[in-house]
Design a protein around this ligand. Structure first.
Ligand code: FEO
Length: 396
């Protein structure tokens, strides 16, 4: 069903309630998602982005309820990732002469995804095309989050369509932020930022500064996933600015896995130490917790304690992926430490510390490890370890 944003501007996307794993299986989408695209009916007709390929027919049906799809003059592909460009092949079969507007990198990436010689037109920052009363203006946003990413702005209606930026994986019946649960929306928005955008935080800050200097009116921010920001739309821009600077709430996160509960007992004693010093913490057993949710909690916290027993001179397999993620995501302003039990070789703590350093997380105290099951005295040492770490979290 199409939804009107402003007169002549419609959401014609698709809500995907059932998707629980995105990017193949890399990103958990517990609350589903939506693929948002926008139809602008002026003297000329433009479609900004499409949907994930399997839903192309649904998007075309939504358009057909408003206008003959063959009347589309321009299709804007802000980003080639298939959740936004996947509708192009089916759409372009119906409108082969329409102009497909892309960034310079998009000309390469969109073409390479579908290998059709559509009528591509490359745009750059500041370029505009008149639709009649209003115009589309383009702003390049490379690496937010692909080299091809760009934003499209509709003059007159003051609508910014920034593709993935400012979006979240969230399926809902309401299309606008004033129609849905704000807490849920922010939980998904910060998860999206933490898991996808943090490596590009410096660019986020630069792009927002650049955008603010343009001083253009923004009534609506319409991203390509989740809700449309209509009520106080710039709130999400302010949130991005804050997230990009690497905030933390002086709390800690303990993540671990365990074979016969020895490392788990250590984790609990360390947690007791944090608590004694008044540092809030959350604890995650990586054998049963969702990686993307845990990364979101790490993003919010100041301290990260990682525990694993030694297995085959290495770490438990459930711990390794999150260490890889941390290297790629490059969270700012974190401190870390390692712990775990071992039987004979005991490489665990050293390996965790090496990985923390590679992730640019400062190892602020020497890791702690004990052989086989920890004794009462050793658990007391874990508690003291937690207390000492609490001081580092608090800035000591
Ligand atoms: Fe929602 Fe980068 O795709």
């Amino acid at each position: 069903m199409a939804v009107e944003l402003k007169e002549g501007v419609y959401w014609v996307g698709v809500v995907d309630w059932n998707i629980k794993k995105f990017h193949g299986h890399e990103y958990s989408t517990h609350r589903g998602t939506s693929y948002n695209c926008y139809l602008i009916i002026d003297e000329k007709v433009a479609l900004v982005d499409t949907v994930y390929g399997p839903y192309s027919h649904q998007m075309i049906e939504n358009i057909e309820k408003l206008i003959d799809v063959k009347k589309i003059d321009y299709v804007i592909a802000n980003h080639a990732e298939t959740d936004h460009s996947g509708g192009l092949p089916e759409l372009m079969r119906l409108i082969p002469d329409a102009t497909v507007l892309v960034s310079e990198k998009g000309a390469e990436s969109v073409y390479k995804h579908y290998q059709h010689h559509w009528n591509f037109k490359v745009v750059k920052t500041g370029d505009s095309i008149s639709l009649g009363k209003n115009s589309l203006v383009f702003v390049m946003a490379p690496m937010l989050h692909w080299p091809d990413s760009m934003f499209t702005y509709l003059t007159g209606k003051n609508i910014l369509m920034p593709n993935d930026a400012f979006g979240m994986h969230y399926a809902s019946s309401g299309r606008f932020n004033d129609e849905v649960d704000e807490i849920e929306v922010y939980q998904e928005a910060i998860k999206f930022y933490a898991n996808i955008l943090t490596p590009f935080s410096e660019l986020v800050i630069k792009k927002i500064d650049e955008f603010k200097k343009l001083n253009i009116p923004v009534d609506i921010i319409a991203p390509s996933h989740g809700i449309i920001w209509r009520k106080d739309p710039l709130q999400i821009v302010d949130a991005y600015y804050k997230w990009a600077s690497g905030p933390n709430d002086c709390s800690a996160v303990i993540i671990y896995d365990t074979m016969w509960n020895a490392t788990e007992k250590m984790a609990q004693a360390i947690g007791d130490g944090l608590e004694k010093e008044g540092v809030n913490y959350k604890m995650f057993h990586m054998g049963v917790c969702d990686r993307n949710d845990v990364l979101t909690e790490i993003f919010k916290a100041r301290g990260i304690l990682i525990g694993s027993p030694t297995l085959n001179n290495g770490l438990l397999p459930t711990i390794k992926p999150i260490l890889e993620d941390l290297k790629g995501l490059r969270f700012k302003n974190k401190v870390g430490a390692a712990f775990g039990s071992y039987g004979w070789s005991g490489e665990n703590v050293k390996l965790i510390e090496e990985n923390l350093e590679k992730a640019r997380i400062k190892v602020v105290q020497e890791g702690i490890k004990f052989k086989w099951q920890p004794t009462v005295e050793e658990l007391e040492k874990c508690l003291e370890f937690g207390r000492a770490f609490a001081a580092k979290v608090k800035g000591g």
